[in-house]
Design a protein around this ligand. Structure first.
Ligand code: CDP
Length: 209
């Protein structure tokens, strides 16, 4: 079974994907890490984030293993991921890695922005996870604080709104719910309640496979 989760920044899709993967004993790919790792490579090499040639070459050099998640979760790398993710050739360079992962025997859980629309249009179940920008900003501020990166709420909310707009308006693979996705609004749900809803969606709606 392939489970596709998409949604905007800090909507909770990553946590839900991890928990669904554990529940169904499936491998999980957080595809945001690929875009984050591409951005991090550019930052480390001193390249401009909107230098397409450098971004494409960084994306082509990625493999699915060996991500240092700790160094990829910060605010600067997240914002950079959104910039490199708007470059069509970067998305093309990362396509096969994601497809190969999705087609593992037995299936997989993938989360990102375009899993249900571009990477796995044939997924057995698609969930589009949303929450209000304010809820997401509160969650992201907490997450960054736990990493030792403290920013005021308004800065994070502005980041979230900017990222939503970049992700939703780019011409290639914009963030949007697939027509056959089930929308899960987690604004009023804690993580256990959101997981219970996600699990109900999967068990009720997953196509055979
Ligand atoms: O958790 P958060 O949404 O902040 O970050 P993420 O899921 O790691 O994604 C970071 C950025 O990578 C997003 O803002 C997108 O621009 C880009 N991305 C993408 O374009 N396509 C994906 N499948 C996953 C991430």
């Amino acid at each position: 079974m392939i489970i596709a989760l998409d949604g905007p920044a800090a909507s909770g899709k990553g946590t839900l994907a991890r928990r669904l993967a554990r529940h169904f004993d499936l491998p999980h790919l957080d595809t945001g890490l690929l875009y984050r790792a591409t951005a991090k490579a550019l930052i480390d090499q001193g390249h401009n984030l909107s230098d397409p040639a450098a971004a494409i070459s960084a994306a082509r050099g990625l493999a699915l293993t060996g991500f240092d998640e700790g160094s990829l979760r910060g605010r600067e790398v997240g914002a950079g991921a959104s910039i490199v993710g708007a470059i069509p050739e970067v998305r093309a360079a990362l396509f096969d890695l994601q497809r190969t992962f999705a087609q593992r025997p037995g299936g997989a859980v993938l989360d990102g922005r375009d899993i249900g629309t571009v990477i796995c249009p044939e997924a057995h179940v698609k969930i589009f996870v949303t929450a209000t920008p304010e809820t997401r900003a509160t969650r992201r501020a907490l997450e960054l604080k736990e990493r030792g990166e403290t920013f005021d709420y308004d800065t994070i909310l502005a980041d979230i709104r900017k990222r939503d707009s970049l992700d939703a308006t780019r011409p290639v693979a914009p963030l949007k719910a697939a027509e056959d996705a089930h929308v899960l609004d987690t604004s009023m749900l804690d993580i256990d309640a959101a997981f219970a809803e996600a699990l109900a969606i999967v068990t009720t709606h997953a196509k055979a496979g």
